[in-house]
Design a protein around this ligand. Structure first.
Ligand SMILES: [Zn+2]
Length: 389
């Protein structure tokens, strides 16, 4: 039997366990940086495979790392996410986690004499915490030649044109006064927030296609009969490249500064975080797509302008060749990531079947990157020629 078939057989043999673990994570949704149950479960499963598991890597309590294989060959990392949103596993990270674990099982139990090393990396807080950025900064991905993960979605694609983000928190300091008896003594921080949103809306015409600016008012004032003294809002700015996203964020800040000037208030801001855009490594992605097709499900390249979210895997893709294919667990119109309606699909028979299929395509891609120097070279050459963005 060839190695691919052995890998797939090992994954099939583990299916019941993988589904049970994924279901348990789904039943106990944990927000960013609080994923103690999920990290413990996945680390425990890796230990059961005989892997030495390092916990709290990079100083993150809910991160873990396990590696195995032949140290003289190249290294491929398979990344697991397992954080949830306030409405549960509406992004299906329980499926990501156990697709990654199943891929690791396939490589550990199915591929004898692995021609390189596999790193199984548990990465916390994709939803707004940027766990992968912290792990990159702490050197946890040092020495890794290529990285991969897969994410559930309402469609299938071997690439994901994830947008770069910049998350801004704006505060306006005005002057309180009696709203009826002495409004002329006050300076409204609420007017400043409203003016900011209006100026941002006016700026949209001049912003390139594919970008997004969305914001919320967190604090709109203290009492209806007092001129609002302090207000706060947040904007999430997204663009196709990190560089352009910074330009848009700068424009939002100028709108806020202008609003402060016009209303006689003071504006201060804080950058809460941001992700880089995803550079999809086509050499790896097309290889993954061919393997997915061999399993009966085509995984085409996504159109570069197709609507997409953002991910801290984007930051990984700026450091090494990486892929982030998406796999279908719901039909378009039935529910999309982050919606309440998506939660049931991430704990469904259909979702788990997709998770196992994707685990096989990931595992075979990882094996081929280790076993086929021309494939890894193509991925690395493409990465070296990337447009820095
Ligand atoms: Zn997600």
């Amino acid at each position: 039997m060839d190695v691919h078939a052995e890998i797939c057989r090992a994954i099939d043999q583990y299916k019941e366990k993988a589904v049970s673990l994924s279901h348990q994570i789904h039943e106990k949704p944990e927000p960013k940086f609080q994923e103690h149950f999920a990290a413990g479960l996945l680390g425990g499963a890796a230990r059961e495979l005989g892997l030495p598991v390092e916990t709290a890597v990079g100083g993150l309590a809910t991160a873990f790392r396990a590696e195995f294989g032949n140290g003289s060959g190249p290294t491929v990392a398979i990344l697991a996410e397992y954080d949830a949103l306030p409405n549960g596993h509406s992004c299906g990270h329980n499926l990501i986690a156990c697709a990654a674990l199943s891929a690791v099982v396939g490589l550990k139990n199915g591929a004898k004499n692995l021609p390189g090393k596999i790193v199984f990396l548990g990465t916390p807080a994709e939803e707004g915490g940027g766990g992968k950025i912290i792990l990159l900064d702490k050197g946890v991905l040092k020495g890794v030649d290529a990285a991969m993960m897969a994410h559930p979605f309402h469609g299938e694609a071997c690439t994901m044109p994830a947008l770069a983000t910049r998350h801004l928190h704006l505060s306006f300091q005005g002057k309180a006064s009696h709203a009826a008896a002495a409004p002329w003594d006050g300076a409204s921080a609420l007017s400043a927030v409203i003016q900011t949103f209006q100026s941002v809306d006016a700026a949209r015409l001049h912003i390139r296609d594919g970008a997004r600016i969305h914001g919320i008012i967190i604090n709109g004032g203290q009492a209806v009969n007092i001129i609002p003294e302090k207000t706060e809002c947040q904007f999430l700015v997204r663009g196709r490249t990190s560089k352009y996203t910074l330009e848009i964020a700068d424009r939002v800040l100028r709108c806020a500064e202008a609003a402060a000037l016009a209303t006689g208030t003071r504006m201060s801001h804080e950058v809460i975080g941001g992700y880089k855009n995803m550079i999809n490594n086509r050499a790896m992605a097309l290889h993954y797509a061919a393997l997915s097709e061999s399993l009966g499900v085509p995984s085409p390249e996504a159109a570069p302008d197709s609507p997409s979210g953002s991910t801290d895997m984007g930051d990984v893709s700026h450091v090494m060749p990486a892929i982030h294919p998406i796999f279908q667990v719901a039909k378009r119109g039935e529910g999309s990531c982050h919606e309440d309606a998506f939660v049931k699909y991430t704990d469904s028979e259909y979702g788990y079947a997709a998770m196992i299929r994707v685990a096989k395509a990931l595992a075979m891609t990882a094996y081929d990157l280790l076993a086929n120097p021309a494939l890894l070279k193509a991925a690395k050459d493409e990465f070296a020629q990337r447009q820095e963005s």
